[in-house]
Write a protein that binds this ligand. Sequence first.
Ligand code: C2E
Ligand code: MG
Ligand code: MG
Ligand code: MG
Length: 280
Amino acid sequence: QAKSQGKNQYAFYTEFMKTHNDNLIKAEEELSKALENGEFEVYFQPQFDLSSNQVFGAEALVRWNHPERGLVFPNDFIPLAENTGKIVDLGYWVLENSIAYLAQRKRENRPAIQLHINLASEQLSDPHFVTLVQALLEQYQVPAYQLGFEVTETSILKDINLARGLLQAFKDMGICIAIDDFGTGYSSLAQLKNLPVSLLKIDRSFIMDLEHDQDDRKIVEAIIAMAHKLNIQVLAEGIETREQWKMLQAFQCDSGQGYYVSKAITAEEFNQGKPIVHLS
Ligand code: C2E
Ligand code: MG
Ligand code: MG
Ligand code: MG
């Protein structure tokens, strides 16, 4: 009895794994084809200096112009790209496109901005990645300080020693290192002092109820104060209201981004100066 049950279980798991693998193989093929066909596009969400209300840069956020499904957002394909390993190619594509956009702005005499790119943990575990980034900056003649890398606490902690070395090399080059979604992971500010971090991005979940939640207000104020003591700058993500914007200014938060001022827009829209809004 136990034996036949075991056998059934085995049959179940192999069947399960087979369909699971088939799906992953299909997803990998789809993502490769989409890359070849140029179906991905980098959008840019403006990032603002909160003391001057001026745009200083943008976060690069990838979208998929799917021939049948229309505009597809990252949450619907980044996890698949990570599970299939395709994230390495896709991430490189996003990086090259972002650097090319910086070079294009320079050719067109537009103001220099800083672009922040999201890195997946798979990219952080490749020691050759530093050389690849250096080669791209060289090829496009873009200075390293115009680049920022966003990493999450979780992605760094997968291999903390390897990640620390890579991030240090990037920081030494002049690239801004930012911790994304700060506050949602398990790390503390104490752990961060051992990492070459220039910017903390406070997760949207602490910002969304800022007007009504006194605890969130205290947490955000404390993060900003402690980060500043450690010489780390702070950016608030997901600012959706004027009240939140004003509060963050009062808390001396350095910078912010969010739907209140602009969602992610295309390069063309960014060139037209669409993100510039008047805040009083
Ligand atoms: P993230 O890096 O935390 O990016 C912020 C996400 O919040 C973006 O979603 C952005 O559009 C959204 N957002 C910005 N302001 C607001 C706001 O005021 N309210 C609300 N509700 N949402 C706001 P998006 O573009 O859908 O990207 C989702 C996630 O996908 C990103 O989270 C990032 O983790 C990942 N991602 C996007 N592009 C890339 C990429 O090129 N490489 C990698 N590895 N991950 C990427
Ligand atoms: Mg990000
Ligand atoms: Mg984030
Ligand atoms: Mg996020």
